[in-house]
Ligand binder design. Structure first.
Ligand code: FES
Ligand SMILES: [Fe+2]
Length: 416
């Protein structure tokens, strides 16, 4: 971050009142977005997709974040690579399709040709002193973890992946995420700042007024106490709900589910979260009638009636039932535009006939469509001259923590 950018952020941080929503500029300013990108977005491990999207050599897809395009491509049976979609000749993008297969990466402009390892293989009529070895594609950090593809745009060495996420391996393994297959995907591009998308996902204060389908699938006490994380609700509601969660955890552990909670502090690098709890009584899965839409996933031999919310970071989430998994990708594109992508995974052994896609997506497709509308309405109101930061409720604890985490990324004095 340059000095002007740092001064801007420090002056905004100084104006921030704990317990209140952010000042307008945090949600609207291009200068703040640039600081967000440089200081946060480009330094975190971001979930880019599931590896089953690129099974064959040369299969690729594009992942867009900010102004960057990343080519995620399968080099061979054991290696997935990621490159900035920028030709080393005069900078054209190389891949124009959202996904496809390319035996070599050929720039359409003047046909410079790169291998799947990023090395420049051919460039026509270049001067004798031109060194192909110095003109490889710019690599992007990439890691496949239990079938999940993560990228990191950092120019420096990023946070060590295993040290940051390794403890989440057993739960991903239990859910069979590495062997899962994509059953459905949906895009919900949202005309709003990425922080509003995250804040909305990190609170369930809005669930009752905004999400009839979501509320029909969940017990009211669960929505209030832990609707958006283990510490998202009022303290008395969390305490009253805890014994029921503990009883369910014991029964789920007996069936083999790894039990545990992660609720990282605002001083952590990725603000990770892992929360597991039981469904509404009698509900096998989060569907309209509570019945299962697909076969059991992963290592389960019996359903345990539970569900999981796992955050790799504020940008990358998983919601998982016994029978399906949803990957949520919240990807900042500009100050006022965010991509919201959802990928529904089912067990890799499940046949198409065994998966009722309409039933499976009913709840979260409706909920995320509603979230798009309410978040865009939030952004529109924030653009007004009369927007002022507003006080948070007792059901918005995870938002307050997210905001402190965000401020900490700019060196704010930690309060949590
Ligand atoms: S810009 Fe790619 S070959 Fe010229
Ligand atoms: Fe919502």
């Amino acid at each position: 971050m340059d000095e002007t950018s740092d001064q801007l952020m420090q002056s905004l941080i100084a104006k921030t009142r704990p317990g209140y929503s952010f000042e307008q500029d945090f949600y609207t300013s291009e200068a703040v977005f640039k600081a967000d990108f440089d200081q946060i977005i480009s330094r975190k491990w971001l979930l880019a997709g599931h590896v089953s999207r690129i099974p064959a050599k040369g299969d690729y897809f594009l992942f867009r974040v900010g102004a960057e395009q990343i080519i995620v491509i399968r080099e061979n049976a054991t290696s997935v690579r990621a490159f900035f979609n920028v030709c080393r000749h005069r900078g054209s993008t190389i891949c124009q399709s959202e996904s496809g297969n390319a035996p070599k990466l050929v720039c359409p402009y003047h046909a410079w040709t790169f291998g799947l390892d990023g090395r420049l293989l051919a460039a026509r009529l270049m001067p004798e002193d031109f060194d192909k070895a110095e003109n490889s594609l710019f690599a992007c950090h990439v890691r496949v973890f239990h079938g999940l593809v993560f990228i990191n745009l950092s120019e420096d060495e990023p946070d060590d992946f295993d040290a940051t996420f390794g403890d989440m391996g057993p739960i991903l393994d239990y859910h069979g995420i590495a062997e899962a297959r994509i059953a459905h995907a949906g895009s919900y591009p949202t005309t709003a700042n990425w922080k509003l998308v995250v804040e909305n996902f990190f609170e369930c204060y809005h669930c009752v007024p905004s999400h009839p389908e979501f509320c029909s699938m969940h017990a009211a006490e669960s929505i209030v106490a832990v609707g958006a994380g283990p510490s998202s609700g009022p303290a008395d509601a969390v305490a009253a709900f805890a014994p029921k969660v503990q009883a369910w955890e014991e029964s789920a552990a007996a069936l083999g589910r790894p039990i545990g909670t992660i609720d990282e502090p605002a001083t952590s690098s990725h603000l990770r979260l892992l929360m597991q709890r039981m469904n509404k009584p009698g509900w096998a899965a989060e569907t309209q009638d509570g019945s299962a839409p697909a076969p059991l996933m992963g290592k389960r031999s019996k359903p345990d009636g539970g569900r999981m919310h796992l955050s790799f970071s504020p940008f990358s989430q998983i919601v998982a039932d016994d029978h399906f998994v949803i990957l949520f990708q919240f990807t900042p594109r500009s100050a006022l535009v965010s991509d919201v992508e959802m990928i529904w995974l089912v067990d890799g052994r499940a046949s198409e006939a065994e998966v009722d896609i309409e039933k499976m997506i009913w709840g979260y497709h409706a909920t995320t469509s509603q979230d798009k509308v309410i978040t865009e309405n939030n952004q529109t109101g924030i653009m007004s001259s009369r927007y002022r930061p507003g006080r948070y409720s007792d059901q918005e604890g995870s938002v307050i923590k997210f905001q402190q985490w965000y401020l900490n990324q700019f060196g704010a004095k930690p309060v949590a």
